[in-house]
Design a protein around this ligand. Sequence first.
Ligand SMILES: [Zn+2]
Length: 414
Amino acid sequence: MAAVELAAALSGSGTAAAGPGGKVECPAGLVCHLTPAAANNYDTAERPDDGDGIRYIVIHDTEERYDLAVARFQNPSSRVSAHYVIRSSDGQITQLVRTRDIAHHTGNYWFNMHSIGIEHEGVLVDGARWYTTPMYQASARLVRYLAARYHIPLDRNHILSHEEIPGSTPEDVAGMHYDPGPYWDWARYFHLLGAPLWDSPLPPARIPATLVVTIAPRFPTNSEPVQSCVGDSCTALPRQGSNMVYLHTGPSLEAPLIRDPALHPDGSPGTTRVADWSAKAVTGQSFVVAGRTSGWTAIWFGGQMAWFHDPLNQVSALGHGPLITPRPGRPAIPVYGAAFPEAAAYPPAIPVTAVVPLQYTIPAGQFYVGVDRGFGDYYVRHSHDLVVGNRRLVEISFNHRRAFVDASDVLILR
Ligand SMILES: [Zn+2]
């Protein structure tokens, strides 16, 4: 972002704190209202001054009307909130939680600790018709303003969707949300953010081994089959542009989709159901190339080798980033859904949040893109303390969602 743009982003109407009696935190030129969420529905904090850094912006859709979403976050029995809700028809914004406070929007407390949540009025199975130009424009302006203020990089490692947030425990994984879904146009959104996702698709040449690819289908023409299901009664959604590619167990459209152990504990393959994120790789996500054959690229994904069809070399673009792989001598390493500190880091008065591995592992010989690394931390909502441990974690692009590995379990290759 250029200096002039940064100054413009910071000159908004609400650089002061929002909240009851405060100002709305919005850039100038947007229609923003302040309607505080019920106090029950978020945690007060002083981010980032209390040490709890704001690292991510998480994109959601409401699955209900704008006014109903706002009302839900004002209802103390809902226990949920987002910092902002944006209206489909005109891009009007309601702020409900101050950005320094922690909204309950991802279902994963560690990601709530470190993020700002933005809800977009929409119903994901209805397709892109909810995601209007005024909504994309208002959202992008808001995100540029927030990113400038909190020094959040405008890339897909930091502008996430709810569907990329992992469960923090194995029990949570299967129920994690999958919004805003396949019809959110990430490429268009990042164009509006002034940070295009890729310069050009891969040239039609051999992709060398141990290379990173970013998923980069052309949204308008990337029409993948998707089903909407109630129980076992499914209907095919109308074919339309989408942001994802399906992942197969081999380089063939006849090969089964890869499975996720949380969604398919019986070992059955992934499906094209809209709620089934087993075998969907999404625009802007980066993975390490595991193999290549005519028209097909394999990546390491969720502990498996996963193939996507790319006959015209237009579905992926060159990516970058440090790589992680299990340390020599480790047949497989654990994977985590949150970067909480080790138990010994907690003062005696503060209950320990257990560090529990998820139902995935990374076998020896696989590589993943490392996104960030740091020490485990936990914000204590009642005392406002931040517990920071000595446990060093690496955040990775793992499957449809993010994950963490212990730095002591991996080699980090640049
Ligand atoms: Zn959501």
